[in-house]
Ligand binder design. Structure first.
Ligand code: BV8
Ligand code: ZN
Length: 244
C-alpha cells in the first residue's frame, strides 16, 4: 500500500475515540471476500443469465414468484455457507472504539454474524420474510426453503423482506441513515459501486456536512469524487489497518 495512504490511515486510527461520531456505508464488495458474488462485479453475479435488476423487482415477483424465490433461495444457501471476513470483523471492533452507525446495502446479515449491533439494513434482509396477504413478517433461516414459502398465519404467499427496485426505503431507516451521515465526523464507504440510490447519496450528505470521507474499494466508484481519501485494495486487507 502507498506509504501516504498508510500514514493517513494510521493518523485517523490514532484519532479514534469513544465520542467520535462515525458512519459507515457498505455494499456487496465487503462480502466478496466471504465468497458472495457482487451485483455488478463479474460473470458470477449473474444467476441463470438474469441480472439482479431483472429479478429484484415487484414486477418480476408478480410475473414469476417461483423463479424469484429460486434466486433468493440460491443466495440464502450461499450466504448460510459463508463466514464474515476480516472487514466485517474490523467494523464490529470499530463499534467498541467510536460512536458508530453502520449502514449496509447488503441483505446477507454478515455484519450481524460478525458481532455488529444496531445495523441499519437499508435494503432489508434476505432472512426476513413478509406475507403478501396479511403483512406478517417472520425471521426464517431454513435452507433450502419450500418454494414458494407460505405464511404460517394465513397461508398467503411470502416474499423476501428486502427492498426491491422501485420500492421505497423504510422511512425510519432512511431518516436514521441520513441523520448519521449529517452528524458524523468520519464517513467510511466500503465496497460499493455507488450505482444504487438513495444509498449512494449518503456519501455526499456526509461530505456536505463537513465529515471526512474515506473509501475502501478495489477500484474507483461512482462516489469516489466525494471522498477525501481513496484506499485501494480488498476491504478484508485494508479496513483492519484502520481498526487494530
Ligand atoms: C426507489 C435489495 C422510489 C434486493 C437492492 C437516482 C438516480 C438514478 C436511479 C435512481 C435514483 N433514485 C432511484 C433510482 C432507481 C433505483 C436505482 O438506484 N437504480 C440504479 C440501478 C440506477 N433505486 C431504487 O429503485 C430504490 N427505490 O428509488 O424507490 C420510491 C420512493 C418512495 C416511494 C416508493 C418508491 C431502491 C433500490 C434498492 C434495490 N434493492 N437490494 C436484493 O439484494 O435482492 S440494491 C442491491 O444492488 C444491493 O443492495 C446494492 O445496493 C446494489 C448493488 O450495489 P453494490 O452493493 O455497490 O454492489 P456492486 O456489485 O454494484 O459493486 C460492488 C463494489 O464492490 C464494486 O465497486 C467493486 O469494485 C467493489 N469490490 C468488489 N470486491 C471488493 C470490493 N471492494 C472492496 N473489497 C473487495 N474485496
Ligand atoms: Zn399471512
Amino acid at each position: 500500500m502507498d506509504e501516504h495512504i498508510r500514514a493517513a490511515l494510521l493518523q485517523i486510527r490514532a484519532e479514534l475515540r469513544p465520542d467520535l461520531p462515525v458512519a459507515v456505508l457498505t455494499g456487496a464488495g465487503i462480502s466478496a471476500a466471504s465468497g458472495i458474488p457482487t451485483f455488478r462485479g463479474s460473470a458470477d453475479s449473474l444467476w441463470e443469465n438474469y441480472r439482479p435488476e431483472e429479478l429484484a423487482t415487484p414486477e418480476a415477483f408478480a410475473r414469476d414468484p417461483e423463479l424469484v424465490w429460486r434466486w433468493y433461495d440460491w443466495r440464502r444457501a450461499m450466504i448460510a455457507a459463508a463466514e464474515p471476513n476480516a472487514a466485517h470483523l474490523a467494523l464490529a471492533r470499530l463499534a467498541e472504539r467510536v460512536a458508530l452507525t453502520l449502514i449496509t446495502q447488503n441483505v446477507d446479515g454478515l455484519h450481524q454474524r460478525a458481532g455488529s449491533r444496531g445495523v441499519l439494513e437499508f435494503h432489508g434482509s434476505i432472512w426476513r420474510l413478509r406475507c403478501t396477504a396479511c403483512g406478517r413478517t417472520q425471521d426464517d433461516r431454513r435452507v433450502p426453503l419450500p418454494i414458494p414459502p407460505l405464511c404460517e398465519a394465513c397461508g398467503g404467499l411470502l416474499r423476501p423482506g428486502v427492498v426491491w427496485f422501485g420500492e421505497g426505503i423504510d422511512p425510519a431507516i432512511m431518516s436514521g441513515a441520513a441523520a448519521a451521515a449529517q452528524d458524523c465526523a468520519l464517513f467510511l464507504v466500503v465496497g460499493t459501486s455507488g450505482a444504487v440510490h438513495p444509498a449512494a447519496g449518503l456519501a455526499a450528505v456526509a461530505r456536505d456536512s463537513g465529515a471526512r470521507v474515506l473509501e475502501f474499494n478495489l477500484e474507483l466508484s461512482a462516489v469516489s469524487r466525494e471522498v477525501d481519501l481513496f484506499v485501494p485494495g480488498s476491504a478484508a486487507e485494508t479496513l483492519p489497518l484502520l481498526v487494530p
